[in-house]
Design a protein around this ligand. Structure first.
Ligand SMILES: Nc1ncnc2c1ncn2[C@@H]1O[C@H](COP(=O)(O)OP(=O)(O)OP(=O)(O)O)[C@@H](O)[C@H]1O
Ligand SMILES: [Mg+2]
Length: 425
């Protein structure tokens, strides 16, 4: 194996035994080489400058200088080094701070060896794709430059309330950012009673979409940057107005113009689209490159999905624009997915597993599952969704099943006429 393909790793932990154990664990991995061991943050910085590792495994609690401060200092130097923070269970606050400081990955100790190897390789891949991240002044400045092409607008939508639109939109935005390292903005399209501020613990964000609507003719990059909230995952968030009265001042035309502007500034614009067929929701659906259509295994939801597909046809949306996702999927006997697909004449492109407890906890704690429980099956499903959508948008993120889902979208047939049921509602 050539020198260039060896991943150089620096281990940082104040407990010498831990450093030794990790070193032993990595010893048999042919593409990974431990180049040094440091016992605190300050030593880690010195050794990083001298040894130029590709990846640093960083403990948090250490004497002299802790792992977060060291990560921040390294990040500010803009070196091509990926930091993996390793911490014990339950230190959620550390996770946020670590990500804010510029860490690329977070592992909970004790780390299963496969997870450790995978994390090192994945962080290394991201470091060599993007050699320098530049000084980490804030999450916003940590974002890479937007490419010249127009950004991709992904509208997460369900014609039935409570199916998980806001939760999936928030998790998807973060997963996309983590997988692609591109500029991502999440927009709370629920202009009246939005939930994204709570789901991402951005309740104190006081500048909202209403301010952009109010200044629509003067809207520019500077105003946008002032109004957007920074999330520790390095996505930007456009939160909803604080009350319905202010929310009502944002018209569909405002909303459309704001989304169009965001597409010139970001690579991915994820919209938590309101559950309605009113003009503001349609503004997002019309502009969307892809609609992530969420369905649950309930008859009322399936009925509405069928109706939505009818409306989509009337609106002349391309069939492949609609990416049907089954949320809260589980293996309980009951309605079969194949039967639904036959009934609605549309393939389910992906399933997101049911995790009621974890999803509710995530909302209550303001930390999405893809951050705090990234190894959970449901988080993996959301990463898989992000990967497929990114691949469909032309991004290279790996090898998996995007081609397959594109193929299924193309082979779908048209649905029958139920639009009258909508009009009667
Ligand atoms: N994959 C999942 N597994 C289990 N529960 C989930 C899943 N996704 C979302 N939920 C739960 O579903 C409930 C509704 O979620 P959420 O608020 O995201 O839905 P919504 O469609 O945006 O709702 P609304 O129509 O009120 O805006 C929450 O309790 C959430 O925890
Ligand atoms: Mg919602």
């Amino acid at each position: 194996m050539s020198e260039e393909t060896i991943i150089k790793v620096l281990i940082v932990d104040d407990i010498a035994d831990t450093c030794d154990q990790i070193e032993k664990l990595l010893f048999f991995e042919k593409d990974i080489k431990v180049v040094g061991k440091a016992s605190n943050g300050r030593q880690a910085i010195e050794m990083a400058l001298k040894l130029q590792p590709n990846v640093i495994l960083m403990d948090i609690n250490m004497p002299e200088m802790d792992g977060i401060a060291a990560t921040e200092a390294l990040s500010a130097k803009g070196l091509p080094i990926g930091v993996i923070i390793m911490s014990v269970q339950g230190e959620t606050d550390y996770l946020r701070r670590a990500m804010f400081a510029g860490a690329m990955e977070f592992l909970v100790k004790p780390v299963p060896s496969d997870d450790l190897f995978n994390a090192i390789r994945s962080v290394y891949a991201r470091v060599i794709v993007k050699p320098t991240r530049g000084p980490a002044v804030s999450p916003s400045e940590n974002q890479p430059q937007k490419s010249d092409a127009k950004g991709h607008l992904l509208a997460v939508f369900s014609p039935k309330g409570g199916v998980g639109t806001s939760s999936v939109a928030a998790n998807l935005a973060i997963a996309l950012r983590q997988l692609t390292n591109k500029k991502v903005v999440l927009v709370d399209g629920n202009l009246v009673l939005g939930d994204i501020g709570v789901i991402l613990d951005l309740k104190s964000a006081d500048r909202t979409i209403a301010e952009l609507a109010e200044n629509i003719t003067e809207m520019d990059r500077e105003l946008l940057n002032e109004v957007l909230a920074n999330h520790s995952s390095q996505i930007k968030v456009l939160v909803a107005p604080p009350n319905p009265q202010i929310g009502e001042t944002v018209t569909a035309d405002h909303f459309r113009r704001i989304l169009e502007f965001l597409c010139t500034e970001f690579d991915y614009v994820i919209v938590d689209t309101p559950c309605s067929f009113q003009d503001r929701a349609l503004a997002a659906l019309d502009l969307a490159d892809r609609i992530v259509l969420l369905m649950a295994l309930e008859m009322t939801c399936i009925k509405n999905i069928k109706l939505f597909l009818e409306v989509a046809e009337l609106l002349e949306y391309r069939r492949e624009k609609i990416f049907l996702v089954l949320n809260k999927a589980d293996s309980r006997p009951g309605i079969k997915v194949a039967d639904i697909e036959a009934n609605i004449q549309h393939k389910v492109a992906l399933q997101i597993g049911n995790a009621p407890l974890e999803m509710t906890n995530a909302i209550n704690q303001g930390v999405p599952m893809v951050i705090d429980k990234r190894d959970h099956r449901t988080s993996k499903d959301i990463f898989s969704l992000a990967k497929q959508l990114a691949t469909m948008s032309g991004e290279t993120v790996g090898d998996e099943t995007a081609a397959k889902s594109q193929a299924t979208a193309k082979t779908e047939k048209k649905s029958g006429g139920l639009f009258g049921m909508f009009q009667g509602r």
